[in-house]
Ligand binder design. Structure first.
Ligand code: SAH
Length: 233
């Protein structure tokens, strides 16, 4: 396995790059890719920057240029359900691009020519990440939606929840990585620590949370995930 680890923001990957043994760096397409051994796993860490296009490009480059065989996206997200609280972790089973709408040619949310509106994550990776995360905090599994908007208004999150009732979390990259991995046949998973309630307080909660809690969670979960993977093979 060569594992690609993507986050949008530096805080979401805090400490991981420093944990890489025998690191090498390569800048390509305005991103810095750092490879090496992460708790004995061959890994490449990169910050995608924010949004679906940025994430799609980064995932593609990881596969095509760095030869990664598996991808994990780790980051923060807004809550999409009243039972999903700030500080909980959501591990995606499916991802939807909530701002994709080619209707009436195709049903809302369906990605043309794939026949899909939901992209499923890899079961084994998802299982292992959820198990690692459960040792840190409360974990939920289900649907995450991505779009090119920071959801920071109560009316916005309510509208999304009405359209996608099983929504657990909302963010800006996961579903783009999902589509790329589906099309390239690469197993992937998405794990998100809830940073805000995607409502009118979202921007303030987000900034505070990401600096204090989210960075530590991501590190702990990825460390456990890698060690468990090495034990199991
Ligand atoms: N003010 C920040 C903006 C970050 S955008 C900055 O300048 O750096 C929010 C990032 O966190 C995105 O990468 C997204 O995936 C995730 N995220 C967290 N809460 C979100 C929300 N409520 N809506 C959409 N994305 C959210």
């Amino acid at each position: 396995m060569r594992l690609g680890i993507i986050s949008a923001l530096a805080e979401e990957q805090h400490g991981l790059i420093e944990a890489l043994e025998s690191p090498y760096k390569l800048v390509h397409g305005m991103r810095e890719y750092t490879g090496g051994k992460l708790w004995e796993i061959d890994a490449v860490c990169v910050l995608s920057r924010i949004g679906k296009v940025a994430a799609a490009m980064t995932a593609s480059i990881l596969v095509e240029k760095f030869g990664v065989t598996h991808i994990v996206f780790t980051g923060v997200a807004g809550s999409g359900d009243k039972n999903v609280k700030v500080g909980d972790i959501v591990v995606a089973e499916e991802l939807v691009q909530h701002d994709f709408d080619a209707s009436p040619l195709f049903p809302q949310f369906e990605i043309p020519l794939t026949g899909l509106s939901r992209f499923a994550t890899d079961t084994a990776l998802t299982e292992r990440l959820a198990a690692a995360a459960a040792q840190t905090t409360r974990v939920h599994r289900g649907m995450i939606a991505s779009g090119d908007q920071f959801i920071g208004k109560l009316a916005q999150i309510q509208a999304l929840k009405a359209a996608l009732p099983d929504l657990l979390a909302v963010e800006m990259e996961g579903a783009a990585v999902a589509q790329v991995c589906f099309e390239l046949g690469v197993p992937f998973a998405v794990i998100r620590t809830i940073s805000d309630n995607a409502n009118d307080d979202a921007a303030v909660d987000f900034m505070h949370f990401i600096k204090t809690v989210a960075s530590r969670y991501a590190f702990d979960v990825i460390e456990r995930f890698c060690k468990e993977h090495v034990r199991s093979v």
